[in-house]
Write a protein that binds this ligand. Structure first.
Ligand SMILES: [Zn+2]
Length: 376
């Protein structure tokens, strides 16, 4: 299994699916090449050489266990700084190096190995298996959104997200709320700030008022605290002109129990209040990204069965919370099904230079998926 794992993963790494532009259609052809021609599959075309793929394996009953993995990767900002070329799939000391090895072509490889196991051994799984390979997870999520909106995911009754979790059982992930805030005031000469409305100062005040309404101290046992970061800011034209315009981008990450709608309500309320206090000032907010946090109870039957599989395979049982969001955030709030984020590779390798994953880890996770399915 190890050699095959290495070969599949290398073929996936060889295909550049850095997003933008993604080009996921290229890798879909490669994935289908691993399977016999009579496999049941569906390609959803998103245009511009982008697409998502669903492979289905019929089980003894109609209940469907889903696996959702993304095909795109983040870009490679500085190829020359890598120790090995990022698209060659060089293996050293049991690790394959390359963009996407951890996030998440390793997980996609484990999905492929799982599917092939049932096909090649002619084993009908107890439940139907649905392997979903999505485009554009690293950006707006066009893949999972298109599949969801077409109703292609609604028959899945429990789902694995094989993102890299250090092989730990991921039962929660942080939410993300990205806001862009525009302040428009009134320009005046730098010597007469009393005649203008300083957009930068008002924007600054706005952001700190908003931050002040959030509970950033509340702690989640696996995810820690929510966060609020001002990650882009611009405005003003000249040292001696009171600025008329300023804008900022804020990245808010939330733990379960913190409701994005409440944050947004505060955001609008504070904006309105400041506009009333400062006639002539306008504050506008646009939502750039809004994904709720997710969590599932350790006592949920799905998680308990996974823990049992871990024990049977003598894998150490450890729960994890993910700081980043996954495709699950676009799916779980709509379909409300049990989920787990669970896959090969190290979480802290995501998006890094010299990204790598252990081949053995991919094998172990594929074995876990297979064991779980057979005993489900
Ligand atoms: Zn990922």
């Amino acid at each position: 299994m190890k050699e095959r794992t290495e070969n599949i993963l290398r073929k996936l790494v060889n295909i550049n699916t850095t997003n933008p532009p993604g080009n996921e259609m290229d890798i879909i052809k490669t994935i289908l090449g691993f399977f016999p021609e009579d496999i049941a599959y569906q390609i959803v075309d998103h245009g511009n050489n982008r697409g998502s793929l669903i492979i289905e394996i019929k089980g003894e009953d109609e209940e469907k266990i889903g696996f959702i993995g993304h095909l795109d990767t983040v870009p490679v900002p500085d190829e020359s700084s890598w120790d090995y070329p990022p698209f060659d799939g060089v293996v050293k000391d049991g690790y394959m190096y390359g963009r996407g090895t951890a996030d998440m072509k390793g997980g996609v490889t484990a999905m492929i190995l799982t599917a092939l196991y049932f096909i090649e051994n002619n084993i009908t799984p107890p439940h139907t298996l649905k392997f979903v390979f999505t485009a554009d997870e690293e950006s707006g999520g066009i893949g999972v959104l298109a599949l969801r909106d077409k109703g292609l995911l609604k028959d899945i009754s429990r789902v694995f997200i094989p993102e890299p979790t250090d092989e730990e059982i991921g039962i929660c992930e942080k939410g993300a709320l990205w806001l862009k805030i525009y302040a428009k005031g009134r320009a005046s000469h730098g010597s007469r700030p009393d005649l203008g409305i300083n957009a930068i100062e008002k924007l600054y005040e706005y952001i700190y008022r908003l931050k002040g309404t959030m509970d950033l101290e509340k702690e989640h046992p696996l995810l820690g605290k929510s966060s609020f970061a001002i990650n882009m800011i611009s405005g003003g034209v000249k040292t001696n002109i009171i600025p008329e315009r300023a804008e900022a981008s804020v990245d808010i990450r939330t733990i379960p129990g913190i409701d994005h709608d409440e944050i947004l309500n505060e955001a609008y309320k504070i904006g309105k209040g400041m506009e009333e206090e400062n006639p002539g000032l306008s504050i506008e907010i646009s939502i750039e990204n809004n994904r709720p946090s997710l969590s599932i109870d350790k006592e949920d039957g799905f998680i308990k069965d996974i823990v049992n599989s871990y024990k049977k395979l003598s894998y150490p049982v450890k729960f994890k919370g993910l700081n980043f969001y996954t495709d699950a955030s676009q799916l779980i709030p709509f379909h409300n099904i049990p989920f787990v984020i669970l896959g090969p590779g190290e979480e802290n390798m995501c998006h890094q230079r010299n990204e790598r994953t252990s081949i053995e880890s991919v094998v172990r996770m594929a074995k876990l998926y297979i064991f779980y399915i057979i005993n489900s």
